[in-house]
Unconditional design. Structure first.
Length: 218
């Protein structure tokens, strides 16, 4: 099989996992168990020395970094219309994708893995508390995007379900892990559930064994 995706359940690799499922192409989904440190093993490091997911291997060619993989899949499967083709609409979609990846995503990393940014317990606790509040504001921005920028068909990326929709699900789910109730963002939560209820997305959720809302009230 020429297409192979290395993913970890619930990670940002969910986004290209969804795109490959939507494409209808044959691909091999290969799980990397981050909690067991498989990303640091010699075999995986030989594929991606950074020890990160996702990794896409297409006919032996290795592609890393989620934005690069999304853009590659968009060009590989133009009939899927993952991103708009009109220049301004395409740029605006990539603008949101970049914001999700370079702002919202790393904010969650500061909550979920503060040890990456300090070896001091008090600093780690402060990073987690501070960035949880920041993340709430970013989810409010995502809520506004859903309210104001859905296409006529009801998707963020264009006329079909695409990467922005899949990423919005991932980021909202992460918020629930951080102790943020996703139902306090009603339009975003409704959109996330619409994404999750798509037949192809539901197959990915089942394959990754994901629970959509992990929020637990105090």
């Amino acid at each position: 099989m020429s297409l192979k995706l290395y993913f970890s359940p619930g990670a940002c690799s969910f986004v290209p996992h969804v795109l490959l499922q939507l494409s209808g192409a044959a691909f091999e989904p290969t799980m990397v168990k981050l909690h067991k440190g498989e990303q640091y093993g010699e075999e995986y490091r030989a594929i991606n020395p950074r020890g990160q997911v996702p990794v896409l291997v297409d006919d032996g060619k290795v592609i890393t970094q989620i934005v690069a993989i999304i853009l590659y899949l968009d060009q590989k499967f133009p009939e899927a219309k993952f991103l708009p083709t009109e220049p301004v609409a395409r740029a605006k979609a990539i603008e949101v994708l970049a914001w999700m990846n370079n702002t919202v995503h790393p904010t969650f990393t500061h909550i979920f893995m503060p040890q990456k940014f300090s070896d001091q317990a008090d600093v780690q606790a402060a990073l987690k508390t501070f960035n949880t509040q920041v993340y709430k504001g970013l989810l409010s921005e995502l809520e506004s995007l859903v309210v104001n920028h859905l296409s006529p068909s009801g998707w963020l990326s264009g006329e079909v379900l695409g990467p922005l929709d899949a990423y919005s699900l991932t980021l909202t789910r992460w918020g629930s892990i951080a102790g943020i109730d996703p139902t306090t963002y009603p339009s975003l939560w409704a959109h996330v559930n619409r994404v999750a209820n798509d037949v192809q997305v539901a197959q990915v959720i089942e394959r990754e064994r994901l629970q959509l809302n992990l929020y637990k009230s105090a």
